[in-house]
Design a protein around this ligand. Structure first.
Ligand SMILES: Nc1ncnc2c1ncn2[C@@H]1O[C@H](COP(=O)(O)OP(=O)(O)O)[C@@H](O)[C@H]1O
Ligand SMILES: O=P(O)(O)O[C@H]1O[C@H](CO)[C@@H](O[C@H]2O[C@H](CO)[C@@H](O)[C@H](O)[C@H]2O)[C@H](O)[C@H]1O
Length: 497
């Protein structure tokens, strides 16, 4: 994505920001072009008019190292401001381990000439930050509320978690972690609410929530800035494990277990774990029955998302009518009987959101929901089959990713007939892998007491279509090469394949 900074407006806005912002003002010329290239920055499709820091504080004020904390409102003409959370490190000289985190140098202000860098990358500053926040010595701009269920030990070595993510996570001694929300929101945060409820219920398939970080006020008006949770040592996330197994199956390496091989036992156990998490959520947070009028409201929201998605991804247009018919069928089915059972769910469940812990068994993480949706919408009770649909989509993703890893299509020349036929054979195996694992997941889910997904094909198809539409937008914005994955799923879904 191109850097979308509107230079002329920015210069004018900087003038204002400089006056208003004593702390971050002198750093903005370096921070602005860096910010717009972060994975967690949302490109609005329009240029960035201005950045307005607020809630600024100096959290660590050393002779050679400083940590600043600030929220910044990013203004894009024609759309509401977006708020980002920054943890900015400053050092007189830049140590080698921070070179990749460098942003630039400060020009003017109290740290003139100092290096500016992404603060979460600095273990020393992150250690100091932990003391400041959990001991309650920080500014009103950054407060900590513990759940009281797990204590947070100090003095553990800090490290940034180097993974692709929407937020920024710092791990302390492989015992617990802090996830800093990059686009913090006001009020009750879904992850605090849901993980807090699961922790209180003693859920065995989720990490314990130790507490959360927020601006002034307990849960009222302030911004929720981050969560502190138990770190779970793992063999890896479900995505890496599944892609590896799928690749082995596609190339024939997993021949020793042909009937059930390639992840199916894991998929079944995963289905069971997700069903248990759903049960824990249903027993601790409100549940409801969606009557036809509420189902209509929810499908209206799905249609609205589809309309917006078609604008963002014109290749969706040819499927829009047929996707709408899948939603109609869901409405008809939902009108029969008592309605559709709804409860709090994960909201963005996929193979990257589950860890196979070193102790064995699956753990579900990241209860933030789909970050692109408004918080109020994410907090509504939803049919749990939505999470099932998300995971089923993920098996399709894993199969296709594995196929492209083991059988890349040559970009510089046409495939030879032998290559094309091998590719077709592998592609069939990839499909078979996805079908087998989707079924195993559904069987595990039903066996552990969840609604049997295979008995509810109509809602499931509608939810998978809704998810694939969301994915198409996500891929178009973040990984255009991956766009064919949700598009081909939509093609199959609308043709009933
Ligand atoms: N409790 C945990 N224990 C161990 N690793 C975790 C835990 N929570 C998250 N992770 C790791 O951090 C990564 C990012 O976490 P996640 O909550 O998904 O962040 P984001 O909301 O930014 O996507 C995960 O993919 C996983 O590898
Ligand atoms: O994990 P996040 O909360 O950042 O979720 C976002 O990014 C995901 C990709 O990292 C994206 O998931 C999609 O790609 C996955 C493979 O990388 C696949 O397993 C998922 O099924 C697919 O939806 C997710 O949609 C997005 O919200």
């Amino acid at each position: 994505m191109p850097v979308a900074v509107c230079e002329s407006c920015l210069a004018a806005e900087h003038g204002q920001a400089l006056q208003a912002s004593r702390i971050l003002g002198p750093l903005l010329p370096a921070l602005t072009p860096w910010l717009v290239t972060r994975r967690w920055f949302t490109q609005e499709g329009r240029c960035l008019d201005g950045l307005h820091p607020f809630n600024e504080s100096v959290l660590v004020d050393g002779d050679d190292a400083v940590l600043l904390h600030s929220l910044v409102a990013a203004q894009h003409s024609g759309t509401p401001d977006r708020v980002y959370q920054l943890l900015i490190g400053l050092r007189r000289t830049l140590p080698r381990h921070l070179v990749d985190a460098a942003v630039g140098r400060a020009t003017g202000g109290p740290w003139d000439g100092w290096w500016i860098f992404e603060g979460t990358a600095d273990p020393e500053l992150m250690g100091a930050l932990l003391r400041v926040t959990t001991e309650g010595a920080s500014a009103p701009a950054l407060q900590y509320t513990p759940t009281g269920i797990t204590a947070v030990p100090l003095g553990l070595p800090a490290r940034a978690m180097n993974v692709e993510q929407s937020n920024s996570t710092v791990v302390y001694g492989n015992q617990f972690l802090i996830k800093w929300f990059r686009q913090p929101e006001r009020g009750v945060h879904p992850e605090v609410e849901v993980l807090g409820a699961l922790t209180a219920a003693g859920s065995a398939h989720t990490p314990d929530l130790a507490g959360w970080l927020h601006t002034e006020g307990r849960s009222g008006e302030g911004f929720v800035l981050g969560i502190v949770e138990e770190f779970l040592p793992s063999d890896g996330d479900g995505w890496d494990l599944a892609v590896r197994q799928a690749a082995d199956c596609i190339t024939g390496v997993c021949r020793s277990v042909p009937a059930a091989g390639g992840f199916v036992e894991d998929a079944r156990a995963l289905g069971e774990a997700v069903a248990r998490v759903h049960q824990a959520l249903a027993s601790t947070l409100p549940t409801s029955w969606l009557k036809p009028d509420l189902v209509l409201d929810q499908t209206d929201a799905m249609r609205h998302r589809l309309k917006e998605a078609v604008e963002a991804v014109p290749r969706l247009e040819v499927y829009a009518g047929r996707i709408g018919r899948l939603y109609d069928e869901y409405v008809l089915v939902a009108a029969r009987g008592r309605g559709i059972q709804a409860q709090r769910i994960h909201g963005d469940l996929h193979l990257g959101q589950v860890l196979r812990t070193s102790a064995g068994g699956w753990t579900v993480i990241d209860f933030e929901g789909e970050p692109a949706r408004p918080v109020a919408e994410r907090a509504l009770p939803q049919p749990p089959l939505r999470d099932v649909a998300g995971m089923l989509r993920s098996f399709d993703y894993a199969a296709r990713q594995a196929l492209s890893l083991v059988s890349p299509v040559p970009v510089d020349r046409a495939q030879t007939p032998a290559e094309a036929s091998e590719r077709l054979r592998r592609s069939r195996r990839a499909n078979a892998w996805a079908v087998r694992n989707r079924r195993a997941f559904s069987t595990g889910y039903a066996a552990a007491g969840g609604t049997d997904p295979l008995c509810h094909p109509v809602p499931l198809r509608a939810f998978e279509a809704d998810k694939a539409v969301y994915e198409a937008v996500y891929e178009a914005q973040h990984r255009p090469d991956w766009l064919p994955i949700p598009l081909s799923a939509i093609r199959r879904l609308v043709h009933g394949l």
